[in-house]
Every structure is written in C-alpha cells, then in structure tokens.
Design a protein around this ligand. Structure first.
Ligand code: ZN
Length: 497
C-alpha cells in the first residue's frame, strides 16, 4: 500500500498589516499537531471526504502531519514560522518512508526573514525526501508563484475560483496527479508565465467566469494535467508579487510554456474589464443617501479596505469619522475590532451612557481613534454570524449608539475577534435593527454579500482608505519597481520564461 504524507501550513500575509501573525492567531484559526491529535485529518472532517474516496480508490494510505492555518494578518514572526516549519518536517520524518508528499499551502505567506515561506518549506521537504518522491502543493490563487516553489515541487495546483469554492476539489485534482506520478503514469512538467498585473479579480462575473471555463477546457486537452491562474496577492510587498498563468503538461515542457503564455496573454488582454469599481468614502455615502430617499431598504457599503479577511486590522474609523463630521445618522457599522472598548461597555452595562474611544488603535491604516459620547445598547459574550455558509464567532461584543442632533444615530458593533462581516446577526444579535437604517457599513470585501444583499436595496464597494486599498496605485509598495507593473503602466514588462 502506497503511503501519502499530507500536511497544511498556510496564511495569506498582508505585509502592510501592523498585526504580526503570531502563534495566538494560528491557535485561534487552526492548529492541529501530530503529537497531540493523531490523526490530525480524518474521514470525519467532511471537507476531506473526496480526498479519502480518491485514496481508497487507489488503495493509498494517508499519513497526516501538522495542520496549521492562520487568519490573514501581517508578517509572521520568524520564530513562529520556523517552529511550525520544523514541526512539519519532524512530522514528515516521524511518518517514516512515504511514497509521495501532499502539502496544503497558501502561497502568499511571508515571515520575518522569509519573503517566500512556501519556497523555503518545499526546498526543505525536497532535501528530506530526495528527488524520487513526488511532492505536490495546493495554493490559493492569491499567491506568489516563485522559482523556489517551481524548482522544489513536482506539481503546484491552485484554486480556480474567487470566492474559493473549489478548495477541496482542487486538492483531489492535485492528489490524482501526484499519485499518477508516483505510479509512473505521468511526468508532470510545469511552466509559469507572468504578466506583472496587480489586482483582485472576482470570478463570479464575466469576463473572469469565462476565463475559468477556458482553464477547465484546457485541462480536457490530451497531455494537459492542470491549468490555473495565480491572481497574485497585491497586499504582499515581495519581489514575486503579480499574476501569472501556470500550466502542467505530461512531460512536454514546450507545450506547457506555450499554453501558459497563451493564458497569460488572454488574461492580460482583459485587464480593463476584470476589476471591480470602488467608490471613495464620501461618494459611497452620497450615493447611499441618494438611493435611500427612494427606497426603504438600506444600502450596504462594503468597507473593503478594512477587511480582516485580507489581513486588515478591522478597527479603521474612516467611515465613522466622516459620518460624524457630516452629521449623517441612520447608519450602522460593524464589526469594528476593539476588545478594549468591548470590555469597557461590558463593565458599564447595557443602558449606560459613557464616553468611549473607538478604533483607530492598531496602526496608521486604522485612522485615528474616535472619541464619542454613546449609550451601550447591548452586550454579548459571543455573537455567531454566518460566513461562507458556516458559523463564525466575532467573540465578546457590544453595540453602542451615538446620538446625533437631528435625533438619528450611528450604531456601531464592537467585537473582540478579528472577523469580517458575514451576515446581519452582527447587528441583530446586539439589538440593532439593520432594516431600519439608511446605510449599513460592513467590514468585508466580498463574503458579506450572501448575508447582506437580501436585505439591501443596493450594494456598494468603497475601499480608498485602509490596509487593503482598492486602487493598486495607492498601495505603498517599497520592494518592487511599480513602473513595470499594471495598472501603474499599461505596458508592463512580462517575464518570458
Ligand atoms: Zn485567496
């Protein structure tokens, strides 16, 4: 029986985020250690059922190691990365002789001293198992595909969809290629073609949805094992940032290169159509006011620049500040990460009128703290919302009401876990009625949509201030020559490999 070692080590690093991805964030997200819980992955985890079915079909045995994932944040401290990496390598040694290695990575993890954690990890795994044992790695499409990753893995498979609805399907695709390689049926040959494009590209609408279909169509061609687009993660200021196409063929390097370049060129040709329009904060507020004079449902505005799901602090105050400065009420904002303010609200109790300093504490991109007189509307030890179809806890929370002279108010949900907005429970569980508001301002890029669109007259995206600026030209890159990248220039230099 063939033996497969399988481990996970991943996070998406926003190098502009002030919050280090320390061990506490890994523990809060996912940290299962082989020495504590063996097996760390089992059939009982529903998402892995397709992988186990594929293993069973081939008569393979799974030997799981470390499973570690962290909510996107800033640069991982060196000792945190090195200790998790070394633990994974020790698990691999402990697993004994294996026939193949499958790694569930992210591809955009940066640690202090390591621009390319995945390349470093893959090189060490390769050194440990030798050249003859196939290594496959799954990557989030928001990744930086580096030379070290390409050199040390036999095959890299990325997600095709954003939002990432195909994570576990792609894992099975990867396993099949790795197993076929081990069994001598195929010889994966990878090529990457980069295009130095920076951006976030939703695959839920054209032309990106059609592009995804093109990837599937390519995989039906004889000799093509896999094809995907690395969208890149533009909030990682590393030398390998930017989009690229990756094609894996069965032993035909020239064909892989030709197809990768073709995909890269057709993606680049769509560049002006693949980005989402974003409002400035004031334009979003003005547009929401215009809409709500004619419609009874609130307008939901996504504060995409402070999406904790992309590593942002979650405590930015730009919207709150502008609403207060302009005296505009009938608004609810949430969830705003401020455990200190939550503790004060809990201590003061429901109904208390207090002076409170809100948000703006974690870094420059959070704006400035806002001092208000407010009433504590509700408190809770936990608030469960729905995020990507599953339960998500925003932690110990409170809601406060800031009264305005015209008898309207701005209500704010304060939370103790850095979690993005997923559904209206972030308001309703804390006695804020979202339908009674003119506008709901939620901290999220896209995952809020399922929960909030049904109670909104319209959804707007605003992302000009914060850790995830929507305009790539506003991202304060220091490590790359932006004049060579789209959209800084419309004629970026491609890398021809
Ligand atoms: Zn992603």
């Amino acid at each position: 029986m063939k033996r497969l070692f399988f481990a996970m080590l991943g996070t998406e690093t926003n190098t502009f985020s002030p919050i280090p991805t320390g061990l506490g964030i890994w523990r809060d997200t996912l940290l299962k250690r082989r020495r504590e819980t063996n097996p760390t992955v089992s059939r009982g985890h529903g998402v892995y059922a397709p992988l186990f079915s594929a293993l069973d079909r081939r008569g393979w045995h799974l030997e799981p190691g470390l499973q570690a994932f962290a909510t996107p944040s800033g640069i991982t401290p060196r000792n945190t990365y090195e200790s998790l990496r070394d633990e994974l390598l020790a698990d691999l040694a402990d697993a004994g002789k294996v026939d193949a290695v499958l790694l569930f990575l992210h591809g955009a993890m940066v640690a202090d001293g390591y621009d390319d954690c995945e390349g470093d990890l893959l090189a060490r795994v390769r050194a440990q198992v030798g050249a003859q044992v196939p290594i496959g790695a799954e990557l989030d499409l928001h990744c930086h595909v580096t030379d070290a990753m390409l050199a040390n893995a036999d095959v890299l498979v990325g997600y095709k969809h954003y939002p990432h609805i195909d994570t576990y399907e792609r894992l099975v695709d990867l396993f099949e290629i790795v197993a076929d390689t081990t069994e001598g049926k195929v010889k994966p040959t990878m090529a990457r073609a980069r295009c130095r494009m920076l951006g976030m590209f939703h695959t839920t609408r054209e032309p990106m949805s059609g592009f995804v279909e093109q990837l599937y169509a390519l995989e039906r061609e004889p000799g093509v094992l896999n094809a995907w687009l690395g969208h890149g993660f533009p909030y990682g200021d590393v030398p390998d940032v930017g989009a690229c196409a990756v094609v894996v063929t069965d032993g035909d390097a020239a064909k892989a290169q030709r197809l990768a370049q073709h995909l890269r060129d057709s993606f680049f040709a769509m560049r002006d159509a693949v980005v989402t329009d974003h409002f400035s904060i004031d334009d979003a507020i003005d547009t929401a006011l215009d809409i709500t004079t004619t419609d009874s449902l609130p307008v939901t505005i996504a504060d995409t620049a402070d999406n904790t799901g992309g590593g942002a602090p979650g405590d930015s105050t730009y919207f709150l500040t502008r609403l207060l400065e302009r005296g505009i009420g009938g608004a609810a904002i949430g969830p705003l990460y401020d455990p200190g303010a939550v503790a004060i609200c809990h201590d003061a109790g429901v109904g208390a009128r207090i002076s409170l300093r809100i948000g703006g504490k974690l870094g420059l991109q959070s704006g400035t703290p806002v001092d208000v007189d407010c009433e504590v509307v509700a408190t809770a030890d936990r608030v469960i919302q729905t995020l990507n179809g599953g339960p998500s806890n925003i932690g110990r929370s409170a809601s406060v009401r800031i009264g305005l002279p015209d008898s309207t108010s701005i209500d704010v949900t304060l939370c103790s876990k850095r979690v993005q907005a997923g559904s209206p429970e972030i308001f309703t569980a804390l006695d804020i009625e979202p339908r009674s508001k003119r506008m709901l301002i939620v901290k999220s890029t896209q995952h809020f949509h399922a929960g909030f669109a049904p109670i909104s007259s319209r959804v707007l995206y605003a992302g000009d201030r914060g850790a995830l600026q929507s305009r790539m030209q506003d991202i304060p890159y220091r490590r790359i020559d932006t004049s060579k990248y789209w959209p800084f220039t419309d004629t970026p230099e491609f890398d021809h490999e």
